[in-house]
Write a protein that binds this ligand. Structure first.
Ligand code: NAD
Length: 247
């Protein structure tokens, strides 16, 4: 039951890191709103996993890069639940290619989903959080925002932009009791990293001092901490979770 629970919205929550974050927040007692772009069956599975973990959840489909869809979803959320305690901007895509071959539309789509999407959702979430004078926003950036990566110019640019967005929002919203932080995961085992070829995966592994890929639940527990009462003095920070590959 969602009554009397704090609300948490996780974008791109139907699989991977987003799904692990949904389950972790549900377990921590939030009523979780699982956003998905197109795969409602996968979002339903996330809802079931949240319930199996002893929590409650519902799903809500919208494209984070579409301003009208985002404002409609937030106005429905406001009518149904009245408030939002946590927003996790997790939805992301990677359209990779070498600079000389990149197409305009690959650049635009990556920036639209990864950066504009976080802006649109944060703007709507902030309206609800400012009223409550409380809230946590966590942006899922990437270690490649800090290091760069050949063949990933749009992805790296979008994730680096997310860090600037995080720090600006943190400064603007601090006086209202809202914290805004970014997490920069390294290589985490999900569909996104499964898509890399075996030789590339082995090469990446050599660059990780802890000698393994991260698990989605390890990112999820950092998100849970940043949203908790124990982290109210942490804002505007960029926190790495990368097995030591960038330090
Ligand atoms: P994933 O591809 O499994 O998940 C991304 C999710 O975003 C999917 O559920 C997808 O449907 C959703 N999404 C995509 N476009 C959307 C849109 N327009 N509107 C709403 N949802 C949309 O990838 P993942 O590995 O779980 O990555 C989650 C986040 O973590 C991403 O932002 C990614 O860039 C970031 N990240 C991942 C890694 C990694 O190693 N896996 C490392 C660093 C950062």
């Amino acid at each position: 039951m969602s009554k009397d629970k704090k609300m948490a919205l996780v974008t791109g929550g139907s699989r991977g890191i987003g799904r692990a974050v949904c389950i972790e927040l549900a377990r921590a007692g939030y009523h979780v709103i699982v956003n998905y772009a197109s795969n409602s069956a996968a979002a339903e599975e996330t809802v079931s996993s949240c319930e199996e973990a002893g929590g409650s959840a519902e799903y809500c489909g919208f494209d984070v890069s579409n301003s009208e869809e985002v404002s409609r979803a937030f106005s429905e959320l406001k009518s149904a639940h009245g408030s939002l305690a946590v927003l996790v901007n997790n939805a992301g895509i990677a359209k990779d290619g070498l600079l000389l071959r990149l197409k305009d539309q690959d650049w635009d789509r990556t920036l639209d989903v990864n950066l504009k999407g976080a802006f649109l959702c944060s703007r709507e979430a902030a309206k609800l959080m400012v009223k409550a004078r409380n809230g946590s926003i966590v942006n899922i950036s990437s270690v490649v925002a800090e290091m760069g990566n050949p063949g990933q110019a749009p992805y790296c640019a979008s994730k680096a932009g997310l860090i600037g967005l995080t720090r600006s929002m943190a400064r603007e919203l601090a006086s209202r009791g809202i914290t805004v932080n970014a997490i920069t995961p390294g290589f985490i085992k999900t569909d996104m990293t499964d898509a890399l070829g075996e030789s590339l995966k082995e090469e990446h592994l050599k660059a990780i001092p802890l000698g393994r890929y991260g698990e989605p639940r390890e990112v999820a527990s950092l998100v849970r901490f940043l949203c908790s009462g124990d982290a109210r003095y942490i804002t505007g920070q960029v926190i790495g979770i990368n097995g030591g590959m960038y330090m």
